[in-house]
Design a protein around this ligand. Sequence first.
Ligand code: FAD
Length: 291
Amino acid sequence: MKINELLKSGHITVSCEIFPPKKGIGLTHAREVVQEIAALNPAFVSVTYGVGGTNCDNSVELAAEVEKTGVPALSHLTCVSANKEEVRAVARRFAENGVENILALRGDIPQDGTFPGEGQYRHACELIADLKAMGDFCIGGACYPEGHVESASKAEDLQHLKEKADAGCDFFTSQMFFDNDLFYNFLYRALSVGIRVPILAGIMPVTNAKQIKRSVELSGTYLPQRFVSLVDRFGDNPAAMKQAGIAYATEQIIDLISNGVEHIHIYTMNKPEIAAQIFSNLSDIIADYAD
Ligand code: FAD
């Protein structure tokens, strides 16, 4: 099923992200993760694409596993480490495995100075336009409520986001954020430049203090004092940190839904038990809005 159709249903949607194992590592555990996440009945499950596409085979296989459960898969696809024909070939493999939805990404630029090489897409908007032209995919793109790290300003980043929408992007999924006000501000600014497609709020339940330090270093995500205090207080106690992280994510989602945000995407980090707890915390809220 195409995700743009799901997003039009007028219902609240909660979807999940998982990642494939690295190249050479078997899919046994990842398959179990798929089964457990699918059992939560998410709107769809996205499957990430490894940096440089090195575990591309695992991404294709895992997306196919998701499709087999009856839950639509959203396959991430980056273009930074391959030429256009190679990227199109991966898209065709997704299609052959029943995948109708692709999150079209540029990917992080390798430090070795090889990008952009001959015959490569330079920006995600070029990939989006090409995948649209290939046929029948529903295409998503990434967005950054706090601006992408390479952008000189949020305004410039937003102009490039508009180019992705104009290239045929059907929806956007946001980078994680921990301060909902930043997301509301972003939605307002996106509307003001004419972006009308749905924007899914990316929520990361932080259940491990080390994990958040690493992610924030890479993305520059703002951490509100309320969140910093929580990590300071519970970071050394894994069980307490897990409980507090799930509570924080749940509260963020409830606030988003209360304020009219309809689509939530949970970065599960391949931890179905954490996703399950959040779905359980939201069960009546989601059911209420689905009626
Ligand atoms: P782009 O949209 O091309 O933007 C990258 C930068 O270039 C931005 O600063 C933008 O403002 C600028 N730009 C865009 N168009 C133009 C233009 N025409 N002219 C000049 N500048 C321009 N990475 C992975 O490796 N695998 C994944 O599975 C993955 N999944 C992700 C999922 C989500 C929801 C998000 C938010 C990110 C994900 N990433 C993933 C990370 C992503 O690959 C990086 O953030 C990457 O640096 C940018 O990719 P993009 O598609 O946003 O690029």
